[in-house]
Design a protein around this ligand. Sequence first.
Ligand code: ISL
Length: 552
Amino acid sequence: MTRTAAPWWRSAVIYQVYIRSFADANGDGVGDIAGIRSRLPYLAELGIDAIWINPWYPSPMADHGYDVADYRGIEPVFGTLAEAEELIDEAHRHGIRVIPDIVPNHTSDRHAWFRAALAAGPYSPERARYVFRAGRGPRGDEPPNDWTSCFGGPAWTRVADGQWYLHLFAPQQPDLNWEHPEVRAEFESVLRFWFSRGVDGFRIDVAHGLIKHPDLPDLGPAPSEVAAPERGAGHPHWDRDEVHDIYRAWRRVADEFPGDRMFVAEAWAETPERLAAYVRRDGLHTAFNFDYLMSAWDAGRLRHVIDHTRATLGAVDAPATWVLSNHDVVRHASRFGRAVQKEWRHNQTWHPEGPVDLALGLRRARAAALLTLALPGGAYIYQGEELGLPEVEDLPEDVLQDPTWERSGHTERGRDGCRVPIPWAGGAAPFGFSPQDATAAPWLPQPESWKDHSVAAQTGDDASVLELYRSALRLRRDHPALGGGASGDATLSWVDAPAGVLAFTREPGFLCAVNLSDEPYPLPPHDAVLLASGPLTDGRLPTDTAVWLALR
Ligand code: ISL
């Protein structure tokens, strides 16, 4: 599969399948495993190396699968365990690796362990697997500390007997106690369950959240890490140093299995240095690069992120990953379509400023794709970005399902706008997402304009985003300078260019240039234009356009 001896995950292009919204084979309006299987030829032709599938386990769906009731099964709405096994084998026959999502920070409140904990009562061994505490105040009716849920409101819920339990996300997602040996043993067993069924790795949900300060101290009015010696160190529940012990054990589990099994951490760290700690030699393999995802469309900022990422990960010999979008953030075709380009911050809700210029966003998204796929390391593609899908910013309030919407008291609309089902073909909804004889409409409504975004509408149209991605992925596979590079050493050299232009070479004989300035950029001497994200004018690269050149 790879040209070099370097393991595949160092340079893989991994396509994120948000299973609910990818393809619905049984017509109930929700995507499923059979739908993914039916689209494997599409994925193989697109030219990706692996798929990451969002949680497919039995779940009451309080957070669309991130509330897992049974880590060894498949949610009936999505299919069966047998179908999952067939999908893994079939994907492998297409040359596509399979990476499920694992959710270790919390279970569902319907998980057998949590039900047992509720039934067993205060201070029972069953409760010790979660984080139960007495409340504060004379009657114990105030939460044990001041932590808040990522979805809004307090991070604690009181149960009938008066104790409180911790949930950094929704109340239906109680946090596990990772100091408990049974919790550690259980997850190692779950990893083995799926590794022995052939999965090639795992995406680890909230990888930075598992360990909590034993005293559960208040966060206080000011961030408590201010006094810590290092930025980001010492937070009571995020990115605590002890979390790496867990991943050293997970690495040993992965290494028990043949082939190159891998982990990718969804870890939010304050600094690139702290992120690099997740991917040291005896730890996880890769981590999502959220600094890149959060970067504004700004040459200086992007270059800083690229350099800093490469330096910090290079120091621990880990490959970079380049991510533009996922199921939690506003689609980048819409982010980049705002006149004012702002840097994101983690946990900051995106409130769009000003109208979106979708043509501008798409032009930049096309350029961003060529930048992303030319950088050394691995890359992620979130389903639909290869179709240039925008965020659906005008979903009616009565269809919103993200827990954020309710938990914020209807002040934050949440993440549904990037989760609208994929348009495959046809002139009207469901655009081939569900079969003709479907019994239900797609779980979120698709905009009428998506007829022009469908796979069928774009296929064969050289000007389409889809054909741009197909060409880029084909070149990336064939060109010795791309991906991990011929020697696997993943080098990149910046080329002198005017302010606002990012230009770099990779050996042998490759140059990528992206113009984020207001002036056209005269292309440096080259042998041939391999690919461009938009038309070139008189040998010059227009604003918001990227090009791949073959050099002598
Ligand atoms: O830390 C955060 C908010 O304070 C978040 O950015 C958090 O790290 C992120 O939301 C985690 O996301 C993942 O876990 C969630 C789930 O809802 C997301 O879809 C998933 O990607 C809970 O399992």
